[in-house]
Design a protein around this ligand. Structure first.
Ligand SMILES: NC(=O)c1ccc[n+]([C@@H]2O[C@H](COP(=O)([O-])OP(=O)(O)OC[C@H]3O[C@@H](n4cnc5c(N)ncnc54)[C@H](OP(=O)(O)O)[C@@H]3O)[C@@H](O)[C@H]2O)c1
Length: 327
C-alpha cells in the first residue's frame, strides 16, 4: 500500500458530494477535511464522508492534514479559492471551467508555478477509459487523421434563475458550464484552437441559455458545437477522419462505449466502463502526478487550460456575454 494522499474539499455542493464519493473508490486516497462557509454544512458533509469539518475555506487551506485541495465552488470563485490554497502551499485540483476568464487563469497558473505546487483543471472526462480508447483508436489510424468534430450538449434546466447555473454573478450560463466539454475535447483531438466564431442567446440576466460555436484548429481541423440549458438533446459527439468516424454515445462526456464506423461499411462497438462514478480516474491522475513529483498533468496541461479560457473569452466577447471579473 502507498502512503495515502490526503484530500481537502472546498465547498459542499453537488459535485463535492460526487467527488467525495469517488474518493471512497480511489485506492490510497483519504478525504481528510472539508471546508464550508457554514460549520453545519461542513459537519453534515463529514458525517457522511469522513474528514475534519472546517467552518471556512481559509481554515481548510491552512489544515496541516491536507495535501491537495479540490476546489468545488461556483466558477466565479475558482480563482480566489485556488489562490488561497496555493498560498497555503497546497496542491490544487480546480473544477471546470478553470476560472471565469483567461486573466484569472494566468494568475492561478503563475501562483502555482511560483509556489511549486501541482495544479490541474478538473477536466475529468479526459481520464475516463472512453477517452483513452479514443486516443488509442486514433493513434492506430482507425479513422485516419481526425478532421472534424460535431457535438451537442443540451438539457432543459428546471433550476431557478438565482442558481449558479444561471446566475451571472456566479459565472452562470451554458457556455462555461457545459460548452467547455466539447471545447476541451476538440482541443485535445484536433489541437490548439486558431479561431472561433460563436452565437448565443442570452437570458434577461445576461447569461447564455444557448451557445453555438465553430472552432478552427491549427492543424486545419474544425469542430461545431452547440450547448444549451433549454433543450433535451442527445449529448453525442462524433470525431471524423478520411477513413471513418468514432461516435461517443449519450452522454458523450462519460461514454461507456465507443462506436467505430469505418468508411468500408464495417462497424464495431468497444465497451469502456469507468470505475465508480467516473471521477476516480481524475483523482488517480492527480495522485499519480503528486507521487511522481510532477507539478502538472501531461494529459491536462495548465497552458491548455489557459488557452481554453482564452477561447471562451473570445467567444463571450463576440456574443456580449460578460462577467463581473472581466471588468
Ligand atoms: N465535473 C463535473 O462533472 C461537474 C459537475 C457539476 C459541477 N461542476 C463544477 O463544479 C462547480 C460547482 O458546481 P456544483 O454543481 O457542485 O454547485 P453547487 O451544488 O451550487 O455547490 C457549490 C458550492 O460552492 C459553495 N459556494 C461558495 N459560495 C457560493 C455562492 N455564492 N453560491 C453558491 N455556492 C457557493 C457552496 O458550498 P458551502 O456552502 O459549503 O460553502 C456550495 O455548496 C462548478 O464550477 C461546476 O462547473 C463539475
Amino acid at each position: 500500500m502507498l502512503t495515502p494522499i490526503r484530500w481537502g474539499i472546498i465547498g459542499t455542493g453537488k459535485i463535492a458530494h460526487a467527488f467525495a464519493s469517488a474518493l471512497r473508490d480511489t485506492p490510497d486516497a483519504v478525504l481528510a477535511a472539508v471546508g464550508s462557509r457554514q460549520q453545519a454544512s461542513a459537519a453534515a458533509f463529514c458525517a457522511e464522508f469522513g474528514g475534519t469539518p472546517y467552518a471556512s475555506y481559509a481554515a481548510l487551506c491552512a489544515a496541516p492534514e491536507v495535501d491537495v485541495v479540490y476546489v468545488a465552488t461556483p466558477h466565479s470563485l475558482h480563482a480566489e479559492n485556488a489562490l488561497q490554497a496555493i498560498a497555503a502551499g497546497k496542491h490544487v485540483l480546480v473544477e471546470k471551467p478553470f476560472t471565469i476568464n483567461q486573466r484569472e487563469a494566468v494568475q492561478v497558473v503563475a501562483a502555482a508555478r511560483a509556489r511549486g505546487v501541482f495544479a490541474m483543471e478538473a477536466m475529468w472526462t479526459r481520464f475516463l477509459p472512453a477517452s483513452e480508447t479514443v486516443r488509442a483508436l486514433i493513434a492506430a489510424g482507425e479513422i485516419g487523421t481526425p478532421r472534424q468534430i460535431s457535438a451537442d450538449f443540451g438539457f432543459p434546466s428546471t433550476l431557478p434563475p438565482e442558481h449558479r447555473l444561471h446566475n451571472r454573478a456566479l459565472g452562470g450560463g451554458a457556455l462555461l458550464d457545459i460548452g467547455i466539454y466539447p471545447l476541451a475535447l476538440a482541443s485535445e483531438i484536433l489541437g490548439p484552437v486558431e479561431s472561433v466564431q460563436g452565437q448565443s442567446r442570452l437570458a434577461a440576466n445576461g447569461s447564455d441559455v444557448m451557445s453555438g460555436f465553430i472552432l478552427r484548429h491549427t492543424g486545419g481541423g474544425m469542430a461545431a458545437c452547440i450547448c444549451s440549458t433549454e433543450a433535451w438533446s442527445p449529448i453525442e459527439l462524433t470525431i471524423a477522419g478520411p477513413e471513418g468516424y468514432l461516435r461517443l454515445p449519450t452522454p458523450f462526456y462519460k461514454a461507456r462505449q465507443v462506436h467505430v464506423v469505418k468508411r468500408d461499411g464495417s462497424q464495431r462497438t468497444i465497451d469502456t466502463p469507468y470505475r465508480g462514478n467516473g471521477y476516480v480516474h481524475q483523482a488517480e491522475e492527480v495522485m499519480r502526478c503528486l507521487r511522481a513529483g510532477a507539478l502538472e498533468s501531461p494529459r491536462m496541461p495548465l497552458d491548455e487550460s489557459v488557452a481554453l479560457m482564452g477561447v471562451l473569452d473570445t467567444l463571450r466577447a463576440q456574443v456580449g456575454l460578460r462577467y463581473e471579473a472581466d471588468a
